[in-house]
Write a protein that binds this ligand. Structure first.
Ligand SMILES: NC(=O)c1ccc[n+]([C@@H]2O[C@H](COP(=O)([O-])OP(=O)(O)OC[C@H]3O[C@@H](n4cnc5c(N)ncnc54)[C@H](OP(=O)(O)O)[C@@H]3O)[C@@H](O)[C@H]2O)c1
Length: 311
């Protein structure tokens, strides 16, 4: 089968096309013929040697990728049969090996793709959407009427977060540049804030949940914006001890989370996709062969919604 292996951690020239044997299945796995995959900033970071590169340190060959939508070709699972159309985020955080024509995936990481959703749309609604889902429903405990602030609301995670928060009955404020204001509002956000026009911390207060997708000083600047007992979920990296202390003193909770593969959560996303309450925005579709360009697009930090690669 065709696959992209990583010759070594570094620039996009380390992504190398090759032919390798189709993976063997173990118990509870299905073999997916990939129709579309999507990529995320973690692909780019891991390629460069950070992200979750430590998971691959003793692996040869290294195959990146976690987000897939495709057709079950073989099955060692009682949950899915040959011919089923499935999607999911496979083996994250671990070795998903989705940069390949066929992927061996645990059935517990997958859901059936709704018939009214295309393979590219399904592939787009995986890691980024699961992150937003798990942030709000497993960590943030979102409820109707909550005031939610989503940073980078035009990005991969953010554009799903706005829709999921609205679907939960929240009041949503989304930040992005002015260029993406109409896009963020079109996702259902009640308000938009242009982060280049001023400091969000001077405009907002009494927020119930903040989703920080930016990192850096965003945790520190966001803490005073939360209401007492409010909750900040940060996804880009660690929360410093100073920020944890500041949160404790302010009476709010801050947590750094890492998304995990979960077929039950995928099923929730599948239902929302099927009902039209959740819609991925795919700003660009690349051919699988054009993986280097797809990585460079994500490295720009300006991607609107998701990018997808098809086979
Ligand atoms: N912990 C986890 O499990 C987890 C899971 C998923 C992602 N992540 C991390 O979360 C981060 C975001 O991921 P992503 O996929 O959403 O990234 P992304 O799609 O690449 O985000 C791009 C978007 O960010 C916006 N943006 C950039 N700087 C901004 C700022 N200062 N304020 C508001 N918006 C800003 C851009 O909008 P404009 O062009 O309008 O500026 C663009 O639309 C990455 O660091 C990723 O590695 C972590």
């Amino acid at each position: 089968m065709k696959a992209i292996i990583l010759e070594g951690f570094g620039e996009v020239d380390q992504l190398s096309f090759t032919e390798i044997p189709t993976p063997e299945l173990t118990a509870g796995q299905v073999l997916i013929r990939s129709m579309a995959i999507s990529i995320n900033p973690v692909d780019v970071k891991t390629r460069a040697g950070s992200g979750i590169a430590s998971k691959f340190k003793h692996t040869d060959p290294i195959i990146l990728g976690w987000d897939v939508a495709g057709i079950v070709e073989e099955t060692n699972s009682s949950l899915f049969k040959k011919g089923d159309e499935v999607f999911g985020m496979v083996h994250f955080p671990g070795q998903g090996k989705a940069y390949a024509g066929y992927i061996a995936a645990p059935d517990s990481h997958l859901a059936l793709k709704p018939a009214n959703v295309s393979f590219p749309q399904a592939a787009a609604t995986t890691l980024a959407a699961l992150t937003a889902w798990q942030a709000f429903h497993k960590h943030g405990r979102i409820k109707p009427g909550d005031k939610v602030l989503v940073h980078a609301a035009s990005g991969g995670v953010g554009h799903f977060a706005v829709q999921l928060a609205k679907a939960s009955g929240a009041y949503v404020i989304g930040t992005s540049s002015a260029e993406n204001k109409d896009f963020v509002l079109s996702l259902g956000a009640d308000e938009h804030f242009d982060y280049r026009s001023g400091n969000f911390a001077e405009h907002y207060h009494d927020i119930d949940i903040i989703l920080d997708t930016v990192g850096g000083d965003y945790v520190s600047r966001s803490i005073p914006v939360l209401k007492k007992n409010g909750f900040l979920v940060s996804i880009p990296g660690r929360i410093s001890e100073a920020d944890q202390k500041k949160a404790l003193e302010t009476g709010v909770t801050v947590a750094n989370i890492l998304v995990h593969s979960n077929g039950d959560d995928m099923k929730q996303l599948a239902d929302l996709l099927e009902s039209g309450k959740l819609k991925p925005h795919i700003s660009k579709v690349f051919a699988f062969e054009d993986m280097a360009s797809a990585h460079l697009q994500l490295e720009s930090h300006r991607t609107k919604g998701k990018i997808v690669l098809t086979f």
